[in-house]
Write a protein that binds this ligand. Structure first.
Ligand code: VG1
Ligand code: CO
Length: 543
């Protein structure tokens, strides 16, 4: 075994987005592409020599090959130990958990998350720091800067090692410890929730369907829900991680998880449905014929948090991404705790969690989590719901409707225009930005604009600034329309339009969401001139 230095040249576009670097598999398969990025990452790490790195991925196509390359490069960089999930598998929340539980220097997660997989799908890589959370922007910006200047990378010429058998082996001076990907995570979940109450719920005949979408959540959900909690075999479906996610899109929303929605709408539907995404950090919650909006889920869990042993003493605060509905703000106000509004992406929650300012976090994009790790956590959210269902004895629909009755309902929807021309998307956003100074005071579809701006954020802990995080049109009555471009897509641009309206009157809380938001949808289309600029009359995905 020898450590070899290879010369290389930079690749364009190795800039991490909302959550890591995501590209087509074919891009990652180019010689030196992954190596350049990993070398640029390692070059920025201070004091990593001799330390421990966590490594794993969501099992998608190219996962196993990438693991071998990263192991050889980690050995060349002088890491003392790599904790590798068996078979190269670790869900995103489990990686965060292992980094924290084992005091690792950091971790690398191989995933393009909710993006499609397979040979012609997407691949991704993200770096998490010692608190277990996604690297903050100053680190990802540094990685990107170095990818543009890179001239060489170092790698061991060792042969591929066995990544499927638990135990230790060596590459150069580095130990590779192949670990059970579920064990540390399962132990943490048992500390968070009242497992006895959930066991009783299942023992009493409560029925559930958990759709793992052929992704990495399957082994975790099986071990906990069917194994530890005693739900009948077959409760977790589509549970074997596949390299191409069975050809489906592992993005748990009512559009992509239509099979689960259909099961939950059937006459003999189970009591509770749930799904997680490619890397198991997202969750979708569905009652009998009753999908729950992610923003409502965050608010409801916050309102019921004390039923779970980990949160029995109450929560310190809540953080939500800016486009996430303001339902959580109302719960925070009622509890007398702060609610923080951050840019999109979990990396913005890390400082607030580390500083103890917040306990729960959430995003409208089916992401919920807490201070138990530093990532959003799909199965955690599902177990939290089970804990609430067990403690209250109510159905999902009853819980949500009584939540609305108490706090009001925030009608909420996101309209995505996927794969639009990048130049058109930029034109649309700059057109919106140009209108901002004139919008305040205008009356649009019967509502007066109170404020129109481009969301900027100053981190309350370290003062770091993030500008241009989404164009907001805020109305007098608390309604909002928000526009931003996706930072996770790999083809063209994706425009996301977020729509929200508050309704306090219980008698008017039962409307169809799209109908309730129709005037705001019209505002969005007209102000942004969506059809004219993008050529799209309707969104690709409505959630
Ligand atoms: C999307 C979501 C965002 C989420 C991110 C990563 O980002 O909107 O809320 O944090 O995906 O989720 P964007 O930039 O495409 O809107 V995951 O589960 O794909 O890591
Ligand atoms: Co994900």
């Amino acid at each position: 075994m020898t450590i070899v230095t290879h010369t290389t040249q930079p690749f364009d576009g190795q800039k991490p987005g909302t959550s890591g670097l995501r590209k087509k598999v074919t891009v990652f398969q180019q010689p030196r592409y992954l190596e350049n990025f990993v070398q640029a990452l390692f070059d920025g790490l201070e004091g990593a020599q001799g330390s421990t790195l966590v490594l794993g991925g969501d099992g998608r196509f190219h996962n196993r090959q990438a693991v071998q390359v990263i192991l050889r490069m980690a050995a060349a960089h002088g890491f003392g130990r790599v904790l590798l999930g068996q078979g190269g598998i670790l869900s995103t929340p489990a990686a965060s958990c292992v980094i924290r539980a084992r005091g690792a220097y950091g971790g690398i997660v191989l995933s393009a998350s909710h993006n499609p997989g397979g040979a012609d799908g997407d691949f991704g890589i993200k770096y998490n720091v010692g608190n277990g959370g996604p690297a903050p922007e100053k680190i990802t910006d540094g990685i990107h800067a170095r990818t543009q200047q890179i001239t060489q990378y170092r790698i061991s010429d060792a042969a591929d090692i066995d990544i499927d058998t638990l135990g230790e082996r060596r590459i150069e001076g580095m130990v590779v410890e192949v670990i059970d990907p579920v064990a540390d995570y399962a132990a943490l979940m048992a500390e968070c929730f009242d497992f006895d109450a959930i066991r009783k719920l299942f023992a009493g005949g409560f029925r559930m369907r958990y759709d793992a979408m052929w992704a990495v959540g399957g082994p975790y959900a099986r071990a906990l829900i069917e194994g530890v909690l005693g739900a009948p075999a077959g409760t977790v479906v589509n549970a074997e991680p596949k390299e191409d996610f069975g050809g489906l899109h592992p993005d748990p929303n009512p559009v992509n998880a239509e099979d689960l929605i259909a099961h939950m709408a059937a006459a003999d539907a189970p009591d509770f449905g749930a799904a997680s995404d490619g890397d198991a950090d997202r969750n979708m919650i569905v009652g009998r014929n009753f999908p729950v909006a992610p923003s409502d889920s965050l608010a409801l869990l916050a309102a019921h948090a004390t039923v779970a042993p980990r949160y029995a003493e109450g929560i310190a605060g809540i953080a939500r991404s800016m486009p996430t509905s303001m339902a959580a703000d109302r719960v925070a106000a009622a509890l007398g705790v702060p609610c923080y509004e951050t840019p999109t992406g979990w990396k913005f929650f890390g400082n607030l969690l580390d500083a103890g300012k917040v306990t729960l976090c959430g995003e409208e994009s089916y992401g919920t989590g807490s201070d138990h790790v530093r990532e959003k956590d799909g199965l955690w959210a599902v177990l939290f719901w089970l804990n609430v269902l067990a403690a209250t004895g109510q159905s999902v629909e009853q819980l949500v409707r009584s939540h609305w009755a108490q706090y009001g309902r925030n009608y909420y929807s996101r309209h995505d225009y996927e794969g639009i021309d990048t130049a058109a998307a930029d034109k649309l956003m700059s057109g919106l930005r140009a209108q901002l100074p004139q919008l305040a005071g205008q009356v649009l579809e019967g509502r007066r604009v109170r404020q129109a701006d481009d969301f900027g954020y100053v981190d309350p802990v370290d003062g770091s600034k993030s500008a241009k995080q989404g164009v907001r049109i805020l109305f007098d009555d608390g309604s909002r329309v928000v526009f931003r471009l996706s930072g996770t897509g790999t083809e063209g641009a994706t425009l996301r339009v977020y729509l929200e309206r508050y309704e306090a009157d219980v008698a008017r809380q039962g409307e169809d969401t799209q109908a309730a938001l129709a005037p705001l949808i019209a505002v969005a289309r007209n102000v942004a001139r969506i059809a004219e600029i993008t050529g799209r009359k309707t969104p690709t995905v409505v959630t």
